[in-house]
Design a binder for this molecule. Structure first.
Ligand SMILES: C[C@@H](N)C(=O)N[C@H](C)C(=O)O
Ligand SMILES: [Zn+2]
Length: 311
């Protein structure tokens, strides 16, 4: 059962509301309003701007409990690559009507908590993708199958053959993003400036693997801080992409672990080297993480060396 964070004070203009009732089921915690088993969602979710609201309504997303991240508060800077041309396909992907990051309410809430730790250390977050319509996934697949189109080679996959991109952890027929509980994001400077994270977002390369050692020390530390914060908030990183984090907070889906995003017919994920393997103790559930107070600020030494704070 999902509960709103303490101190969450949405403001809702009259007449602008949409139902998140399927998502929110905690009337007692909200003063017993509404019928048993539901809450009056319009008291909880601030409506998005009219166009987002219209699109969400038309697509049925609002009914499913999605929110526009921009309307949830100053959570992260948005740089939605698939709503523009700065992605490997080189064009706006099907289904991205506008540059609005949509997420389930629990995922947006978790993200707003995740940003606290980087913020304490003088970093911000930049989001590249949230909810991804299935039509966009299909667009990616079409691009991947078109081996004659090599336009992204230099910028996105100089060391990878395009025919090798259709695996379960590259461009697959299903994506956890389509549940609205997964985000792609990076650490930024305090003013939103891009930082070296080892590779750029969406770069098809071994160095995009989260635990890859052949990147700068500063980039390693930033990945570590990013994932530490995300893990604390209930997200899990996909080991093959440093930017990709999913949460188990989606009301409509199982935990979007890397393997659960793949249909059963897919081959098993590539093995990680022992050096890349994280100790089991660092993998924590959302519930376990939430029992703890917010972690202390990570002290950054020379070269942004973050202390390894156990989560
Ligand atoms: C396209 C690729 N960067 C991507 O998004 N992969 C993940 C695993 C996904 O499809 O969800
Ligand atoms: Zn992703």
């Amino acid at each position: 059962m999902y509960q709103l964070p303490l101190g969450f004070r949405p403001h809702l203009p009259a007449g602008r509301c949409f139902s998140a009732a399927p998502l929110l089921q905690s009337p007692a915690s909200l003063g017993g309003q509404g019928t048993p088993g539901t809450v009056r969602a319009h008291r909880l979710v601030r409506a998005p701007r009219w166009r987002q609201w219209r699109n969400m309504l038309v697509s049925g997303l609002a009914r499913s409990g999605f929110v526009a991240l921009a309307d949830f508060g100053p959570v992260i800077r948005q740089d939605l690559r698939y709503a523009g041309r700065g992605n490997f396909v080189g064009t706006v992907l099907d289904g991205y009507h506008e540059a609005a990051c949509l997420l389930t309410l629990p995922a947006a809430d978790a993200l707003s908590r995740a940003r606290q730790l980087p913020a304490r250390n003088g970093f911000g977050l930049r989001g590249f993708d949230g909810y991804r319509p299935q039509r966009a996934v299909g667009h990616m697949r079409r691009w991947a199958r078109d081996l004659s189109d090599e336009s992204a080679k230099a910028a996105f996959c100089p060391r990878v053959n395009k025919q090798d991109l259709s695996g379960p952890h590259c461009i697959h027929c299903r994506s956890g993003h389509s549940r609205g509980s997964t985000v792609d994001l990076a650490l930024t400077g305090p003013d939103g400036t891009a930082l070296d994270m080892g590779t750029g977002f969406g770069f098809f390369d071994e160095r995009s693997r989260t635990g890859h050692r052949n990147i700068s020390a500063a980039a390693r530390e930033r990945r570590h801080l990013l994932h530490h914060a995300m893990r604390w908030a209930g997200f899990r990183n996909l080991p093959t992409e440093w930017w990709h984090c999913g949460t188990s907070a989606s009301p409509t889906s199982p935990v979007p672990t890397p393997t659960s995003t793949s249909p059963p017919t897919c081959p098993s994920p590539p093995q990680r080297s022992p050096r890349e393997r994280r100790p089991a103790t660092t993998v924590r559930t959302r519930a376990a993480c939430r029992k703890r107070p917010a972690p202390a600020a990570v002290v950054l030494g020379p070269g942004h060396a973050a202390d390894r704070v156990a989560c």
